[in-house]
Unconditional design. Structure first.
Length: 618
């Protein structure tokens, strides 16, 4: 195959992992608890059995330029940190296959034991079996392995909903998300596709702090952080419920769960303002907060599974004051609001529907623009926001010219600043960075992946490292969650990704975004996985997961010249390691010397209250 246009003449992609084949048990993982946490049951009416994939094949020798054979990762088996096979659990479309672009896909990125995803399809980060891609060529597809956007301009509601549920597992998870899925694995492309403390009260999640005789700080050792506070979740339906987002300001820690939004004082966990209860369950949130500490949540218009996710409300994180409310207008035929995505760039909120996006003034709720079908039947299906606004569109579905396009949009007008047409067969799965724009791509047919750096719509470099990477990614059935990955960080010129260690400690690799080459790597200080969190000035913050004999820790890694040895900032107590590791579907953050961890999914089990949020500090 000829080399795609707008690509450098040589150089290959790095190997971010796709939720791929089943991996051997991780080494150094704590033994399973006496009564392992139960996976949240899938929502009612959902398929109960995920599609099965074919048997793994033997990885081929590296292909020139791009491809590296994929290798199984250590964290795919059950255990405190072992994820079940990712959404692409079987080496299916991402099994190692020879091909001109992309590395053979690698095993699914690190996921905690994964719980059932929405609509019964096992999702990233949830305990339980994962949807799997079909096996090697010739293996009949098991369903849920194809791109939900491929060959279809949109997800159809109503009668087509059932079919959509089956193919939902097709969205590629690239690395770490709230739901704990792993990075999609594939073979790297040889040629870039152009394209002593007081007792801690767990609380009951309703803001009153609750009562609990257990002292979580009992037996805390010298040098260990203390549990500042611990909250349990609200009751959720038996089918489970989402608990998306986690926002930290200098005053409050805010968490959404099912139909409610809670706020706790960052120091002692006391309610900062009365919880907000919405009319129906929360179905989307802005992961980003505005410059003045406000968020937008979306909730359903009714109680039925087919109810639109179209009711918007602004909330002030510091005061709990409800701001503007709006209803997302209906789109054109087949442009469903059954599931939406929310993102913020500057003063613009973008609501992504099935085939379009609507821009609002985030301060007033006034509609600013609408991004709809354009060009050769291109339908904007996903958006990524922050320092820039990027849209991904599915174009010419079902035709010989079927392809994805990536655009940077002007957040004020919705107009495209540049467009990158991705070669046929490649899908834009994730956005790893917005400044610069770094895309993670997958090729289902070639069983390959690619990481490309873009400058004004032109590919300037591609990751070219023979390595298995394993960020944690969430996933979505009806929309591509472009920014749903944890365990990946970037600055202006460097991308930081965690490796998928087969035994013992893993590493974080720094990748030069100008060349795609490795700059340096550093090893986890413990025999447990270390993942990037975010940049802190010129240092990289990382989280080292807990083990049976040690709590987790936060470390700082110098990124300049000299040593890149992780420096410990916070050591969590061993006495609560089982609680810390019990957040299988989780969000984590480190702000002002405090570490926060919260669940992103409630199981709905009635036998005991569930964990909602835990805060550590000195």
């Amino acid at each position: 195959m000829s080399q795609p246009p707008n690509q450098p003449p040589q150089g290959g992609f790095g190997a971010p992992q796709d939720p791929g084949g089943q991996n051997p048990p991780g080494q150094g993982a704590p033994p399973p608890p006496a009564q392992p946490p139960q996976a949240p049951p899938p929502p009612q009416g959902a398929p109960q059995t995920p599609p099965q994939g074919g048997a793994p094949g033997t990885p081929p020798a590296p292909q020139p330029g791009y491809g590296y054979p994929q290798q199984p990762g250590p964290y795919s088996q059950p255990g405190p940190y072992g994820g079940q096979p990712g959404p692409y659990g079987q080496p299916g479309p991402y099994a190692p296959q020879p091909g001109p672009y992309g590395q053979p896909q690698q095993p699914a990125p690190y996921g905690q034991p994964q719980q059932p995803g929405p609509y019964g399809q096992p999702g990233y980060g949830y305990p339980g079996q994962q949807p799997q891609f079909p096996g090697p060529p010739g293996t009949p597809p098991g369903g849920g392995s194809r791109n939900p956007f491929k060959g279809k301009p949109a997800i159809i509601i109503g009668a087509a909903l059932a079919a959509a549920l089956v193919i939902g597992g097709t969205v590629i998870a690239v690395s770490g998300g709230d739901d704990g899925g792993k990075e999609p694995a594939a073979k790297k492309s040889d040629a870039p596709p152009t394209p002593g403390e007081d007792p801690i009260n767990p609380g009951d999640g309703d803001g009153d702090g609750g009562e609990d005789p257990e002292d979580l700080n009992a037996g805390r050792q010298a040098g260990e952080s203390k549990v500042l506070w611990y909250k349990e979740g609200p009751d959720a339906p038996g089918s489970g419920a989402d608990a998306p987002g986690m926002w930290i300001t200098d005053k409050v820690a805010v968490k959404a769960a099912y139909k409610q939004v809670f706020a706790y004082n960052v120091g002692d966990g006391k309610p900062s303002w009365p919880e907000i209860t919405l009319p129906q369950e929360i179905c989307a949130v802005t992961e980003q907060k505005t410059a003045d500490d406000k968020i937008v949540v979306a909730y359903k218009a009714g109680t039925k599974d087919t109810a639109d996710c179209n009711q918007l409300m602004e909330i002030d994180l510091n005061t709990g004051k409800k701001g503007w409310t709006e209803e997302v207008p209906e789109g054109d035929l087949f442009d469903s609001s059954l599931s939406v995505g929310l993102t913020v760039t500057g003063d613009t909120l973008v609501v992504a529907r099935g085939q379009s996006g609507v821009g609002y003034d985030v301060a007033t709720g006034d509609k600013k623009w609408e991004k709809k079908r354009y060009g050769s039947a291109c339908f904007p299906s996903a958006f990524a926001g922050g320092s820039k606004l990027v849209a991904v569109s599915s174009c010419a579905a079902g035709s010989d010219n079927e392809h994805d396009e990536v655009q940077e949009l002007d957040p004020a007008t919705g107009k495209a600043k540049w467009t990158w047409k991705i070669p046929k067969g490649w899908q834009a799965a994730r956005v790893y960075s917005l400044d610069p724009v770094v895309m993670y791509l997958t090729n289902e047919d070639k069983k390959q992946w690619n990481i490309s750096t873009l400058n004004n719509g032109t590919v300037t470099a591609q990751v070219d490292i023979d390595e298995s990477f394993a960020p944690e990614c969430g996933w979505a059935i009806f929309s591509r969650d472009l920014q749903g990955c944890q365990g990946v960080a970037a600055d202006k010129d460097t991308l930081y990704l965690p490796t998928d260690a087969k035994t013992g400690a893993n590493e974080i690799v720094a990748i030069n975004l100008a060349t795609g080459k490795e700059k340096w790597r550093t090893k986890s200080p413990l025999e447990e996985r270390m993942q990037p969190l975010r940049m802190d000035g010129t240092n990289l913050l990382a989280y080292v997961e807990p083990s049976y004999d040690s709590g987790g820790r936060i470390v700082s890694i110098p990124t300049g010249g000299g040593s890149h040895t992780p420096k410990k900032l916070l050591q969590n107590p061993q006495g609560t390691a089982d609680i810390e590791s019990g957040f299988y579907s989780k969000a984590v953050d480190y702000v002002d010397g405090r570490f926060y961890i919260s669940t992103t999914r409630l199981t709905g089990k009635d036998d005991a209250q569930e964990k909602l949020m835990l805060a550590y500090g000195k």
